[in-house]
Design a protein around this ligand. Structure first.
Ligand SMILES: Cc1ncc(COP(=O)(O)O)c(C=O)c1O
Length: 441
């Protein structure tokens, strides 16, 4: 077993070491998806297939990998995944994961306290931001007593993540039950528009079960005005959920981020460390100000499992039943970095964003960014058709030069987007990237 584990580590390290030469895109395009044979395959065959799988994969380690919220993995987080797989404990219940249950509970509590929640707070891990948001919205609707009310609505900004469309569908609601609030010219939810929409809902007898404030929008990293939204939620007794999938982690640092305040006024917040500090996927958390809300929503009694008094079976406070011990990689990654290490990564991502914006030729580009580490941009003065063509051409040219940027569709047009979350990217790479774009000043 040890020989095989060593060989697996060596294979992975060999792949990482090729990253600098080969770039973020798959090195090969010939992966064969072989299915199980009658007789099991030899270790030799399997390792050759593993190698092929790796060579046909996206490589987030390369410094030119700047397209998405998928940073290089931290070594201790990789080890955490290995240990979690080896343990094969199950977060469904305490008896199937005694130490890890306590670890998840404690880590959620630690995060909750760090962002300013009080003693009744806590949280639950889930496989990604989408599921954390969904856990929150189901709890919010249940808390409002609107479990089966087809008239219940959710309010989000027009720039909020597309996963809310899925959430509404899963919750059995129709598209009009998702009310989208206009954003201002900085991409933040417009408060006047929010108030008007709330009044309209009242007139139409719609029941609002939650308002979502986004802490870091996907295309430009904008932060909705959390303080104002939280006051409105308090006045009208509406659940405030913060989608902090991108920016939430900044709240545990001392970095001053404009608009990142009052988040402890929320009922729930999604934090997704996999998106920036290199915790391996998936490692999203939903934090709630009051753990009772999760228990009341998801408790079933779990009749086939023995329970221990005073310990909540973690399968009883969220949508997922059986769940791997993902918290190990989050815990080890955070312990490895320490608060200073986390802060260094976050600070450097903002510095790189600033460097990019300082050096892009301003009069040539429309630039969409916010206080976080994401920038979307297009050349000024082009028609929609020419912009679409320019973005596609540039994405392709950049790929040939080992830079991977994304091309999000935003308000009907394509943009180029750069995400400065890769801690292997240096200022020299940013300069080179801007030169390839004919945009360096
Ligand atoms: C703001 C925001 N919320 C939610 C999500 C969904 O997260 P996940 O892909 O981890 O489910 C994303 C994904 O990029 C996001 O940008």
């Amino acid at each position: 077993m040890i020989t095989l584990l060593n060989k697996a580590s060596q294979t992975l390290c060999d792949w990482f070491s090729k990253a600098d030469k080969n770039g973020p895109l798959p090195f090969d395009e010939n992966f064969k998806c072989n299915m199980p044979d009658e007789v099991g395959n030899s270790a030799e065959d399997l390792f050759s297939e593993i190698e092929s799988l790796l060579n046909n994969s996206f490589n987030p380690v390369h410094p030119g990998s700047l397209a998405h919220l998928d940073p290089p993995p931290l070594i201790f987080s990789i080890l955490g995944d290995l240990i979690a797989a080896g343990l094969n404990n199950n977060l469904l219940a305490y008896e199937l994961s005694p130490s890890v249950t306590l670890l998840e509970e404690s880590l959620c509590k630690w995060f909750a306290k760090k962002i300013g929640f009080n003693d009744s707070s806590g949280g639950i891990a889930a496989s990604g931001g989408t599921l954390s948001n969904l856990n929150a919205l189901i709890a919010a609707r249940n808390n409002a007593g609107l479990g089966s009310n087809p008239n219940s609505v959710l309010l989000i900004s027009e720039d909020a993540h597309s996963s809310f469309i899925k959430c509404i569908k899963i919750m059995g609601l129709d598209a009009p039950n998702l009310v989208r609030i206009k954003t201002d010219n900085q991409g933040r939810m417009d408060i006047n528009n929010l108030k008007k929409s709330l009044d309209k809902c009242l007139i139409e007898n719609k029941k609002i079960f939650a308002i979502v404030a986004t802490l870091g929008t996907t295309v430009r990293g904008a932060i909705d005005p959390i303080k104002e939204i939280s006051e409105i939620c308090k006045e009208r007794n509406i659940w405030l959920h913060i989608d902090g999938s991108i920016g939430g982690i900044f709240a545990i640092s001392s970095i001053q981020i404009e608009g990142l305040n009052n988040i402890n006024q929320a009922n729930s917040i999604t934090i997704n460390p996999q998106k920036i500090i290199g915790i391996t996927k998936t490692s999203s958390l939903l934090l709630v100000s009051n753990m009772n809300t999760l228990e009341k929503t998801f408790f079933t009694g779990l009749p086939y499992i023995s329970s221990k008094e005073d310990i909540i079976n973690r399968g009883e406070i969220g949508i997922q039943g059986s769940r791997p011990a993902e918290v190990i990689k989050l815990w080890l990654g955070l312990r490895f970095l320490g608060l200073n290490g986390i802060e260094d990564i976050l600070k450097s991502s903002i510095k790189k964003k600033d460097f990019f914006i300082d050096h892009i030729i301003k009069n040539k580009f429309e630039i969409y960014s916010g206080p976080l580490h994401i920038v979307s941009f297009i050349p000024k003065g082009l028609t929609k058709k020419d912009t679409d063509f320019w973005t596609q051409t540039k994405v392709n040219e950049l790929k040939k030069n080992n830079y991977m940027l994304s091309r999000p569709k935003f308000k009907g047009k394509y943009y180029l987007r750069v995400v400065m979350g890769n801690y292997n990217t240096k200022d020299s790479h940013i300069k080179e990237l801007l030169r390839f774009l004919d945009a360096y000043q």
